[in-house]
Design a protein around this ligand. Structure first.
Ligand code: AP5
Length: 217
């Protein structure tokens, strides 16, 4: 299976992609996580991406397409679920070209729909583990011990781009540049619109229902 998960910042893409990857044995490829790893490693790519990420702007397509191409190629045999990519129509076109030349295609696109007020609350309360990448929320998805990762006992941190000003810009960027990607896929692929204003478990159940129906066809 090759799946794309679309949705605004904080819609729950990372949370749901981890669950999809675990259930269907897919590789979870998050462009945001790869960029954060590059930044932490101090690579040239990480340095180039830094100012865009801190401002809530998109990193230029050329950088992102090159970065994702290698990861997607590696995961092609096992199947993958894409989180945060593609994020512009140009990225979606480039992804389609690369897959077509390898005789492959995207099998399903899941579009998480959440209202903007809820998104602001979700991002203000998000905490993540710098070591394993696990994501929690101070009210909705609490760790067993406050501020500590369940998996490895590391101290949870808040992402620097989750402050109110940057979140507002990330949402604006999403509406202007990423919403057209939903329309692009609706013209070319099967898109499942998922009401993601519900609890994480309810959203997971809706996603699995759609994917199970697709797999059994
Ligand atoms: P990226 O890391 O991709 O950030 P994002 O798209 O803004 O998405 P998030 O990771 O913030 O949210 P999410 O949807 O994964 O939500 P989560 O599951 O964590 O990108 C960061 C930056 O990198 C971009 O701004 C850009 O600069 C750059 N970038 C990345 N990809 C790029 C690309 N392709 N092109 C150009 N630039 C790119 O959930 C959020 C919170 O809510 C958590 O606390 C979670 O516990 C909680 N939660 C989740 N689901 C629910 C639920 N159903 N109910 C209640 N709480 C929930």
């Amino acid at each position: 299976m090759r799946i794309v998960l679309l949705g605004a910042p904080g819609a729950g893409k990372g949370t749901q992609c981890k669950r999809i990857a675990a259930k269907y044995g897919l590789v979870h490829l998050s462009s945001g996580d790869i960029l954060r790893q590059e930044r932490a490693a101090g690579s040239n790519l990480g340095k180039k991406a830094q100012s865009y990420m801190d401002a809530g702007e998109l990193v230029p397509d050329k950088i992102i397409v090159e970065m994702m191409a290698g990861a997607i190629k590696k995961a092609a045999d096992s199947g993958f679920v894409l989180d945060g990519f593609p994020r512009t129509v140009n990225q979606a076109v480039e992804l389609d070209k690369a897959l077509t030349s390898a005789g492959q295609k995207i099998n399903a696109v899941l579009n998480l729909e959440v209202n903007d007020q809820l998104i602001v609350r979700r991002m203000a309360g998000r905490r993540s583990c710098p070591k394993c990448g696990a994501v929690y929320h101070i009210e909705n998805l609490k760790p067993k011990a406050e501020g500590i990762c369940d998996n490895d006992g590391d101290k949870l941190v808040q992402r620097p781009d989750d402050n109110a000003e940057v979140v507002a810009n990330r949402l604006k960027t999403y509406h202007q540049q990423t919403e057209p990607v939903v329309a692009y896929y609706k013209n070319n692929n099967t898109v499942y619109d998922i009401d993601a204003n519900r609890t994480a478990d309810e959203v997971t159940a809706a996603i699995f229902e759609n994917l199970n129906a697709m797999v059994s066809v």
